[in-house]
Write a protein that binds this ligand. Structure first.
Ligand code: ADP
Length: 475
């Protein structure tokens, strides 16, 4: 086992010591005896220095031409490509993401950077006819300034990049605050950013309450993009509203898959099992409820159980693993308690006898739609099966949560699919597909309590990271 990596702050494109000497350890969830990194607890002064560095970099970065900014992002993608396997292994080791999915995440990072590099040369406005003949009137996108990005641990490279890439493409500079559980991945991301102009991308590590609070309150910060819990997202919304700065939050889901009686049941079962259990259910788009039409309830549950059983549970470093450990001991305890306290029938419990923070993939049958199990986001390998009379009843149950991130319907009937797409309250809708995963060039985000602000990713991501200027030039 190698010595823990010492994590430093990344300010002005250099690694520097934190003002706060205290550290916390990042452990390998598949083998907690493996201490991956020792990271600074972080100080308010670190945050202030990073905002200052980003503010100093802003005039240079924003006045570089669009093609030059695009080139800088393409080069960042190439540096990630050069370290693809190393970064994939780091994700698997530090956050317990099975290696196959970790490799997919790194490939996605490259695609994200390349996509948004294109946006740096496509951020065009419009010519708008003026009321009178003569003036030239047009609109153009302008960057905001320094933006703060606050992220969770479950996509430790992709989430920061799907925020940073459009932010930088539009000419903003960035201060990134990663999650306490993934400091090593954040440090590696910082290393790959070297080559951008100094101070364009900064990383401040540490405790959310200390460093995160300093970064959302700093008067130099012009916008905050956040992914994480509802509790923290709500604080960020309030602070940003009081400061009148832009804010965008993505705060999770209780995603439902709906299986109708005419569905291809084995195919649906495979996709539901994968959506619920892969990466131990720790994606905000993971399937956590499956609502099954009464006529096929028993038959579907029996194929679902087989599909869940077939998913290998094991250490994240093994490429054959589908279900790894959960992120940390407190998550393992929280999930174990929720499983023990659930009054519902266990249709299936997989074996999980590895030494890390494992929670056995568990399927509960005939779950009450109003119960905690059907309402609370558990963020673990737990699936609630519910029964519905028909499509409309299934949609009613599907909509009866505070969240609205991702959803899927399984049916062979185009009319049912279209009725579902129209009525379901969610930002991401799949027909005969899994609720997890999105193409990085398509808009991502949810309705209701899942998200706020404009959508991330795809062609609309730039809306958050720019504001319009309307210009009229008179002869
Ligand atoms: P999760 O439960 O998904 O880990 P959290 O909302 O607790 O999500 O954390 C997501 C991110 O928010 C992390 O980077 C964390 O450090 C940061 N954070 C936690 N508390 C605060 C806060 N009060 N202000 C700003 N950021 C915070």
């Amino acid at each position: 086992m190698s010595d823990p990596v010492r994590i430093a702050q990344f300010i002005g494109s250099s690694f520097v010591e934190s003002r706060e000497p205290g550290t916390f350890a990042s452990l390998n969830p598949s083998d907690p005896a493996d201490v991956v990194a020792l990271a600074p607890r972080g100080a308010k002064e670190d945050a202030a220095k990073a905002v200052q560095a980003a503010s100093q970099a802003f005039p240079t970065w924003r006045h570089m031409s669009g093609p030059a900014r695009a080139d800088a992002l393409y080069q960042w993608a190439s540096r990630i490509q050069d370290r693809h396997e190393e970064l994939s292994q780091a994700i698997a080791r530090e956050v317990g993401k099975p290696l196959g999915e970790a490799r997919g995440e790194v490939s996605r990072c490259i695609a994200i950077l390349r996509y948004f590099a294109g946006d740096a040369v496509r951020s065009v406005g419009e010519v708008i006819p003026a009321l009178s003949d003569g003036p030239l009137q047009y609109s153009l996108r302008q960057p905001l300034g320094v933006v703060t990005l606050i992220t969770p641990w479950n996509f430790p490279l992709a989430i920061p990049l799907w925020k940073a890439a459009p932010a930088l493409a539009m000419g903003n500079t960035v201060v990134f605050k990663p999650a306490e559980q993934s400091p090593w991945c954040a440090q590696l991301l910082a290393e790959t950013s070297i080559g951008l102009p100094d101070g364009a991308f900064n990383v401040v590590q540490g405790d959310g309450e200390t460093v995160g609070t300093a970064l959302i309150e700093d008067p130099g910060v012009k916008a905050v993009s956040f992914t994480g819990s509802i509790e923290v997202g709500t604080i960020i919304q309030k602070v940003s509203a009081a400061r009148n700065v832009k804010c965008q939050t993505e705060m999770g889901g209780k995603n439902a898959a709906i299986v109708l009686k005419d569905a291809d049941l084995p195919r649906a079962a495979g996709l539901v099992a994968a959506g619920a259990m892969r990466f131990a259910g720790q994606k905000c788009t993971a399937t956590s409820r499956v609502i099954v039409e009464k006529a096929v309830y028993t038959e579907f549950v029996s194929v679902l159980v087989k599909a869940v059983e077939s998913l290998p549970v094991g250490p994240a470093s093994d490429p054959a693993t589908a279900v790894g450990p959960v992120i940390e001991e407190s998550a393992q305890h929280r999930l174990t308690r929720a499983l023990e306290n659930s009054p519902f029938e266990r249709e299936h419990v997989s074996r999980a006898t590895c030494p890390g923070y494992y929670v056995p993939p568990t399927v509960f049958g005939r779950v009450d739609p109003g119960s905690d199990l059907a309402q609370d986001e558990l963020f673990g390998p737990v699936l609630a099966v519910l029964e519905a009379e028909d499509l409309d009843h299934a949609v009613e149950i599907g909509n009866a949560t505070r969240f609205g991130l991702s959803t899927a319907v399984y049916t062979q009937d185009i009319s049912s699919a279209m009725r579902f797409v129209d009525r379901i309250e969610a930002g991401l809708v799949r027909v005969n597909g899994d609720t997890t995963g999105v193409d990085p060039h398509a808009p991502f985000g949810g309705t209701k309590a899942s998200s706020s602000g404009t959508r991330e990713q795809g062609p609309v991501a730039k809306d958050f990271y720019s504001e319009w200027k309307t210009v009229q030039i008179n002869p």
